[in-house]
Design a protein around this ligand. Structure first.
Ligand code: ZN
Length: 233
């Protein structure tokens, strides 16, 4: 994101060795924990990946025509989107860390229906108490021809999305969902789950979208697909 060359990206915690055994067994697809953080600008692999996806689809070029709603905005990506001068750009978070970010609960948004052309929530829904309510809200605020980018970690072997209110301690969440502040682990039913709430998935493989990008050099997880959603007709 800072366009600097680095010797390597820093791992998340201790990299693969600190990933809970169950997450390894369930083949969790999410961040690249070995090549995670840029030592120069601090950007994470999922921010780099999303930037490359958006660039590849030409979304960055079309931002000036778009009304954009960005949840938990990544700093560098937020700057790039802001510089493109979208028709409207709203950054929000449940617990904002800066004055230019609005306090918004994704499960109950203070925006009118059909008021955004692009909604971005990159690794957000796995933290949200009622994700179905959040997805319905995203569908509500999307304009008819709009789209949502909703990257979310998931297990490609788990048949059903898994959540249990008894899994409430930080240690239990880390072991069962992969991170202390996650509240579920999505499984292979993830896209049916979104569809039931009004969003149809248009999922693309990273290799198909970024054929000229060296995943190792860019520090991205090539197993993480691009999760684009449109309104169900
Ligand atoms: Zn950097």
């Amino acid at each position: 994101m800072c366009s600097r060359h680095v010797g390597r990206f820093l791992p998340y915690r201790n990299g693969l060795s600190s990933m809970p055994p169950m997450m390894r067994a369930l083949e969790l697809i999410g961040s690249d924990v070995e090549n995670f953080e840029c030592p120069r600008c601090g950007c994470h692999d999922r921010e780099r990946h999303l930037f490359l996806f958006m660039q590849s689809l030409g979304i960055l070029m079309r931002l000036s025509e778009m009304r954009v709603l960005h949840f938990a905005p990544e700093r560098r990506l937020g700057e790039i989107i802001g510089q493109a001068e979208p028709a409207e750009y709203v950054r929000c978070d449940l617990m904002p860390s800066s004055p230019n970010i609005l306090a918004v609960n994704i499960e109950q948004m203070p925006f009118g229906s059909q008021s955004f052309d692009l909604v971005i929530a990159n690794h957000v829904l796995e933290h949200v108490r009622d994700d179905k309510e959040a997805i319905r809200e995203i569908a509500r605020v999307l304009a008819p021809a709009g789209c949502a980018i909703l990257q979310t970690p998931f297990s490609p072997v788990l048949k059903q999305t898994w959540s249990d209110p008894g899994i409430s301690s930080e240690q239990a969440r880390l072991q069962c969902y992969g991170q202390e502040d996650h509240v579920r682990l999505y499984g292979r039913d993830i896209f049916e789950r979104f569809e039931a709430c009004g969003l149809i998935a248009d999922v693309r493989h990273s290799d198909d979208m970024l054929p000229t990008i060296d995943a190792r050099q860019a520090g991205i997880n090539r197993l993480e697909p691009f999760m684009l959603f449109r309104l169900a007709v």
